[in-house]
Design a protein around this ligand. Structure first.
Ligand SMILES: Cc1ncc(COP(=O)(O)O)c(C=O)c1O
Length: 365
């Protein structure tokens, strides 16, 4: 599915040069590379966004929630078909996740269900822009506004996604990005970033990422330690320059898949106002497991994102969803499959995947 070395080998000289520069600079934590990356990423997103680099995407969500005052006893509405860390972050501030079922066409939060989940305890909503697709943020903000509920966008899979021509991550009160190596913009280690358009919220986030400090050794509030380091920031500064071209490659591969998919496979499509960033290309099939096995026998690796809905995991039985069903989320977990898609994948390989899919499915029809 993905091997970071395909890309690293192209960038090796530049990356090693940058790492050497950092190590010789005498500045390893929260220095000029992080500052440069924060302003570069803000420029990439546009809309006057403040960015701050943190240790990983999970911490980015935690810091957003802490800065917005979400804590014990509060409820946070999100989805159960996301990466587990969306929910870990809610639990790290001791709030309670409340799961909305999803739209079967997109597998994103079904916004029609959100009003019915709002209670007097709801303090935040975390829409997850899964696969590089995006939740309709203007509509979600309209739903949240009358209740004074904060909206934190989970953009871990949505670097480069546009909603009505504007970057995902610039709509909510705050947003969280991950630079885990597989992401559209990946570090060579862990990394994350919080964004907000609100300068005072950004100041609070900066305090939280560094023990609550404005100045050394004095906590203005409770904080944690979650910093992006200079080496990863220097690598990200290089890779950010290539991100627009890489997004183009992802979109070109997705167009190949969309044009040639067998009719029995349904693509988890983007609504017309969304420009998908194709972190993953996900299709739905009733014969998912047999299809994956047949593809594997042709040496084509696929993934499932994600095979287990979070409300059904042992680690989250305490949330009490045993008698409650999220029917679309549960059905999707058995039917979705992610086809190979990353910028370095040659177009011919995408055609080979399509030919193989036709061969397998036409044989069975
Ligand atoms: C949707 C989603 N949210 C949050 C995260 C957490 O990011 P990280 O692994 O950098 O902590 C990830 C990545 O794993 C993710 O895919």
């Amino acid at each position: 599915m993905f091997d970071y070395r395909d890309q690293y080998l192209d960038l090796e000289k530049e990356v090693l040069g940058a790492v050497q520069r950092v190590l010789r600079s005498g500045e390893l934590i929260l220095g000029s590379e992080v500052e440069k990356f924060e302003s570069g990423f803000s420029d990439f997103l546009g809309h006057g966004t403040h960015s701050l680099g943190v240790a990983n995407g999970t911490d980015a969500l935690v810091i957003c929630l802490m800065a917005l005052g979400v804590g014990p006893g509060d409820e946070v509405i999100t989805v159960a078909n996301t990466a587990v860390p969306t929910v870990s972050a809610i639990r790290m501030v001791r709030a309670t996740p409340v799961f909305a079922d999803v739209d079967p066409e997109t597998s994103l939060m079904d916004l029609n269900l959100v009003p019915g989940l709002i209670t007097s305890k709801t303090r935040a909503i975390i829409p997850v822009h899964l696969f590089g697709n995006a939740v309709n943020m203007p509509l979600l903000l309209d739903i949240a506004r009358p209740y004074n509920i904060s909206v934190v966008e989970d953009c871990a899979q949505a670097h480069g996604t546009l909603i009505n021509g504007r970057a995902a991550g610039t709509f909510g009160h705050a947003a969280a990005f991950s630079f885990y190596p597989t992401k559209n913009l990946g570090a060579y280690g862990d990394g994350g970033l919080c964004t907000t358009a609100d300068a005072s919220l950004a100041k609070e986030m900066r305090r939280i990422r560094k023990y609550g400090f404005d100045d050394l050794y004095y906590a203005e509030r409770e904080g944690i330690n979650s910093r992006l380091d200079e080496v990863q920031a220097a690598i990200l500064n290089i890779k950010l320059r290539y991100l627009p071209a890489q997004l183009q490659k992802r979109r070109a591969l997705a167009e190949v898949y969309k044009a040639g998919l067998p009719t029995s496979l349904r693509h988890m499509a983007a609504p017309s106002n969304i420009e998908h960033a194709y972190h993953l290309f996900v299709v739905r099939s009733k014969e998912r497991d047999a299809l994956r096995a047949a593809l594997a026998s042709h040496n084509i690796q696929t993934g499932i994102h994600y095979p287990f809905p979070i409300h059904r995991m042992r680690g989250y039985t305490f949330l009490g969803y045993q008698d409650r069903s999220l029917p679309i989320t549960e059905a999707l977990a058995n039917e979705i499959v992610s086809l190979p898609l990353y910028p370095e994948l040659p177009l011919e390989s995408a055609h080979r995947v399509l030919d193989t899919l036709h061969e397998i499915l036409d044989l069975n029809s």
